[in-house]
Design a protein around this ligand. Structure first.
Ligand code: ATP
Ligand code: MG
Length: 433
């Protein structure tokens, strides 16, 4: 018989079905065994009376949580069963035994981390991983629909892009190399061939602080576009987030419900235009609405981002940061000449205290300025010579951004920590399994 998913079997609702999966719960007496079987799609109660299975009874009686089974039987409505149906089993094939599955509800975060490979089977992790899959598909759809090409940059590179303090050094045949912090330096050359490109790939940052928002290996969705201006970047970022949110609301109702996610900000995000303000305006807001006084030129820290996000129910876009707090490649602007130099860069801040989800900028075109910025950071411009070629041969206005996939998922799912947004998180204190 052809196997149905448990959800398909429930939809069928009557007659003979074959399903397979893992024992989620079991109880029984010497007369009758109840098994809740789960698969990727759902779960269902299964009834196995001793009378019917005299030969297999010893094995059935010993079945434990997470054993894998194939069963065949008659599915019927049963109000008292967890998903409203049950299967009266006629045939059972025990595929893989399980002995004292080492996950239970008393485990703390640390132990669940040690047993992550098994904890993935929980409904919580399964729900998050399904939403993650929707998020990645939606991001790809968003850019493909606009004619972008998927393009890839190397992971092993010879220079920094986002500051030397978070670089991971790799011994590359006795020569030092680094794990890439972003695709950017190798993406910019790509736009001269393909014009509009994106990627979704891991990025690495040796984050030494313990926060609920930082991983050392994260996935970044990044785009880079030739000929486009700063407004285009903001519009594209807003459209990308809206498309992701709309896809998750459509495809993952069950998962959002299981995770008990309050949908207020997700719904508002679909309906409203994201507020856009300059860094300087955001300082004024912080002062008037939150009684927080920040000196012009200081970067916004987590607490300030959180305070700003409390004023809105959608993501917000903050533009034109002071030049000294942003990366060397951001294009200089003169938004606030009386205060100091600014850059055409923006951060998008998620609602509900989930912090910065996107960092973006128009790229600086002047080689002289790029070199000066690098030197000021103690970098040797020589190492970036290939990058300057993008400015030497037919330079065009361009820009792009990086979106932190796990930060976005943490907000969409309402997670306490970013670690749960990925199957096997990597942080300073977590590298196993
Ligand atoms: P933050 O200041 O919040 O650490 P950043 O300014 O260093 O972030 P960018 O260099 O702008 O980050 O990277 C683009 C996006 O990648 C960020 O907006 C964020 O969503 C995500 N991101 C950056 N670092 C991390 C990290 N260590 N873990 C998870 N996501 C990250
Ligand atoms: Mg940033």
């Amino acid at each position: 018989m052809k196997f149905l998913s448990i959800a398909e079997a429930i939809t069928k609702g009557k007659g003979k079905v074959a399903v397979r999966g893992w024992v989620h719960r079991e109880r029984g007496s010497n007369k009758l065994k109840f098994i809740i079987l789960r698969d990727e799609s759902s779960m269902i109660q299964c009834l196995l009376p001793q009378e019917k299975f005299k030969k297999q009874w010893l094995d059935i009686d010993k079945l434990q949580i997470e054993a894998s089974l194939e069963i065949e039987g008659i599915i019927k409505k049963e109000k008292r069963a967890p998903t409203g149906h049950e299967i009266h089993v006629d045939k059972i094939n025990i595929v893989g035994l399980s002995n004292e599955f080492p996950i239970n509800k008393d485990l703390n975060e640390e132990l669940l981390g040690d047993r992550r490979h098994l904890w993935l089977r929980s409904r919580k992790m399964t729900s998050i991983l399904k939403i993650r899959s929707t998020v990645l598909q939606a991001l790809r759809e968003h850019w493909h629909n606009k004619g972008f090409y998927e393009y890839h940059s190397p992971t092993l590179i010879g220079m920094q892009c986002e500051g030397g303090s978070t670089l991971f050094k790799v011994d590359y045949f006795s020569k030092p190399m680094f794990l890439s912090q972003t695709w950017q330096l190798h993406a910019e050359p790509g736009i001269f061939a393909l014009e509009k490109i994106f990627t979704i790939q891991p990025a690495f940052r040796a984050e030494k602080s313990k926060t609920s928002r930082h991983l050392t290996e994260l996935w970044m969705a990044e785009m880079e576009a030739a000929w486009e201006n700063f407004d285009y970047l903001q519009d594209d970022a807003e459209q990308a987030i809206k498309h992701v949110v709309s896809s998750v609301l459509k495809k993952n109702k069950t998962e959002l419900e299981f995770l008990k996610k309050d949908l207020t900000t997700l719904k508002a995000t679909l309906k409203k235009k994201f507020p856009r303000m300059t860094y300087t305006e955001s300082l004024k807001l912080l002062k008037s609405k939150k009684k927080v006084d920040i000196e012009w030129g200081k970067d916004l820290r987590t607490i300030e981002e959180d305070k700003l996000s409390e004023l809105y129910d959608t993501p917000i876009i903050i533009t034109d940061y002071p030049k000294q707090v942003k990366a060397f490649y951001m294009k200089e602007s003169d938004k606030h000449p009386s205060e100091g130099k600014t850059v055409l860069g923006f951060d998008m801040i998620a609602p509900e205290h989930y912090g910065e989800i996107i960092g973006a900028s128009q790229r600086e075109e002047s080689i002289e300025r790029l070199k000066k910025n690098l030197k000021e950071q103690g970098e040797d411009p020589e190492k970036y010579d290939f990058y300057f070629d993008t400015r030497r041969y037919g330079s065009v206005p361009h820009g792009g951004y990086g979106l932190g996939v796990e930060r976005l998922i943490a907000w969409l799912c309402g997670l306490d920590t970013i670690k749960d947004a990925i199957a096997f998180p990597r942080t300073m204190s977590r590298s196993y399994p």
